[in-house]
Write a protein that binds this ligand. Structure first.
Ligand code: SAH
Length: 368
């Protein structure tokens, strides 16, 4: 694990880390958000956030009406939300079968120890390790904190839902935009005798079909990068979390901006733009942007870490598997969207190498 950043009241303006990592005590609590902008560097374009529920709702409505989201509703990304949702659904409808065939039921990065030697056969274990490391980071390995009801936001073919339901004996509900994924996820659950524990449906993470306060674990593993309105996304994660519940968000971010920067460089935006088009992503945001949004929803114990080094072997491994005869012919057979995504994979490696793309984990807790 690389650096962990914890956030407290005093740092909200600057978002500098306040508590240096120590293995036993790494959490600091955020109490009452006093922030008034999401990102200093983009202040003119963004919303005011206050701790007042009423004002927050108004801010949120403004965001939706204006079609804008945090600091990052920007120059990169697919801006039309309907087009974006359709693209995401089609991409996963088209490509999930191949992915499962070659990589199995987890559609997320593996977690590797930095500089360890990596075998191709280790990747499934590395994907499980990602789940376990995320739970450990959120302090959910403590049996006393066992979740009993879980929502898997952007569930793919339900790998995390089934894994977590089995591990904790919990119920899990998964949502995805892809009908093919929802159906496959349910079939796999039934085949594994989990039909009464886990269920899947097509639904939008920005408008979740659940009442407030339902889940003691809100899990979003690599779906946040697809969300066109990060403020609404985080608001929904917070809304469906039960009092005292944990939110685990693992997602692609762009690097944090330095205080003197207004935005990413034109070259950086150009690279992200190409990735956005291939993977159906809207504008990106930074880890610091997410932290501010969590703070504005009064969430506590916010912790963030950059796991970019821990996932470094992942994309080279995916490319290697796509270049096998089976991988190559499957990608070619699957359709244009999958081919485009496959061709963009080296761009992810470039983004990580340049320090532009960050693989972030961010966890927090909803107050009791
Ligand atoms: N979490 C899964 C899959 C990650 S792939 C895993 O780890 O295996 C990204 C997933 O996010 C896909 O299932 C996609 O359908 C889903 N997704 C993207 N945007 C979404 C949205 N607005 N609402 C619900 N799901 C969404």
């Amino acid at each position: 694990m690389l650096g962990i950043t914890c956030y407290s009241t005093s740092t909200i303006q600057s978002l500098n880390p306040t508590c240096p990592y120590s293995s036993s005590s790494i959490i600091s609590t955020f109490h009452r958000p006093q922030i008034h902008s999401i990102s200093q560097s983009t202040r003119p374009r963004i919303l005011t956030i206050s701790n007042s529920r009423r004002r927050r709702r108004m801010a949120s409505a403004t965001a939706v009406n204006a079609g804008s989201s945090p600091s990052v509703q920007a120059e990169v990304g697919i801006q039309n939300q309907q087009e974006l949702k359709k693209g995401i659904a089609d991409l996963y409808d088209e490509s999930s079968g191949i992915w499962e065939d070659i990589w199995g039921d987890h559609m997320h990065h593996g977690y590797y120890e930095p500089n360890s030697s990596v075998e191709l056969s280790d990747h499934r274990a590395a994907q499980i390790r990602m789940i376990e490391q995320a739970l450990k980071f959120a302090d959910l390995n403590d049996p006393a904190k066992k979740p009993t009801s879980i929502v898997d936001v952007g569930c793919g073919i339900g790998g995390s839902s089934r894994y977590l339901a089995k591990k904790y004996g919990a119920t899990a509900k998964g949502i995805t935009l892809s009908p093919v994924q929802a159906e496959r996820a349910q079939a796999l659950a039934a085949a594994q005798g989990l039909g009464d524990k886990v269920s899947f449906q097509v639904a939008d993470a920005l408008n979740q079909p659940f009442p407030d306060g339902q889940f003691d674990l809100v899990w979003s593993m690599e779906s946040g990068e697809h969300m066109p309105d990060k403020e609404k996304f985080v608001g929904e994660l917070a809304r469906v979390a039960a009092p005292g519940g944990t939110i685990i968000l693992v997602t692609w971010c762009h690097r944090d901006l330095s205080p003197s920067e207004e935005s990413l460089t034109p070259e950086e935006k150009q690279l992200l733009n190409k990735i956005c088009k291939a993977f159906y992503l809207p504008a990106w945001c930074s880890t610091a942007d997410y932290v501010k949004l969590l703070q504005s929803n009064s969430l506590r114990d916010i912790k963030a870490a950059d796991w970019s080094e821990n996932v470094a072997p992942f994309w080279p491994a995916v490319i290697k598997s796509a270049l096998t005869w089976k991988g190559f012919t499957s990608v070619l057979r699957s359709g244009w969207k999958t081919i485009k995504a496959a061709l963009a994979m080296p761009l992810m490696i470039e983004g990580y190498k340049k320090g532009l793309i960050k693989f972030a984990i961010i966890t927090c807790r909803k107050p009791e």
